[in-house]
Design a protein. Structure first.
Length: 214
């Protein structure tokens, strides 16, 4: 059966999706993409790893690009859900920036994320589809959400930000830092502890608020 036939059949059925199977497929996809890269992972292999049929995989995810993006997005959403970037009326932006910063560091220094980054750095030039999909589902998603938050904080009078995209890049850039970040990614030293992250984020937030606070 061709992939096109599977896709057409899956799209024509209206059965409710099984969330447990979806989670199993995403977990299998994460494992295989990290091991074999985007080009080296097939939908057949994902189906076998997840213990479901190929038709089931296509019923949840229309193609491999959608599956990869969903796997990356699910990881980000688990640690940095979109509601985290919503500033409630009367809520101080400093506290929210602290939460976002700690969640961001937890993502980038998690073992899965570091393994994926090393893989993309190694094969990105040859596997540009994987690199672009990762950027869109992960970093770009976070950058856009941060820009919207800063616009909201500016409208509420808590910040004065004329270029929210640039300000967001500065915030995340300060969080990653310089030499130590590369040492961690390269495996030359261990990731910081939660307490180290908390203190580092607090310092970044303090500097950010000094630059953009109203």
């Amino acid at each position: 059966m061709s992939e096109q036939t599977v896709t057409e059949q899956s799209g024509s059925r209206g059965r409710p999706k099984d969330p447990a199977k979806r989670r199993a497929i995403l977990e299998a996809a994460k494992t295989l993409f990290l091991t074999h890269g985007f080009a080296g992972t097939s939908m057949d292999a994902v189906a076998a790893e997840a213990g479901v049929s190929k038709l089931t995989v296509y019923s949840h995810f229309s193609d491999k690009e959608n599956l990869f993006s969903s796997a990356v997005g699910a990881k980000c959403e688990n640690l940095m859900p979109m509601p985290l970037f919503t500033l409630r009326e009367g809520e101080p932006v400093e506290g929210l920036l602290q939460q976002i910063g700690e969640a961001f560091l937890e993502i980038i220094y998690g073992e899965d994320s570091m393994q994926l980054m090393r893989l993309i750095n190694a094969v990105g030039a040859q596997d540009q589809t994987m690199a672009q999909l990762f950027y869109t589902a992960g970093p770009l998603r976070t950058q856009n959400a941060m820009s919207q938050l800063l616009e909201q904080a500016d409208a509420m009078g808590q910040l004065q930000v004329s270029d929210t995209l640039h300000a967001g890049e500065l915030f995340f850039g300060m969080l990653q830092g310089g030499c130590r970040h590369f040492q961690i990614i390269l495996g030359c030293c261990k990731p910081p502890s939660k307490e180290e992250n908390r203190k580092h984020v607090a310092e970044v937030v303090r500097i950010f608020m000094r630059a953009y606070g109203s």
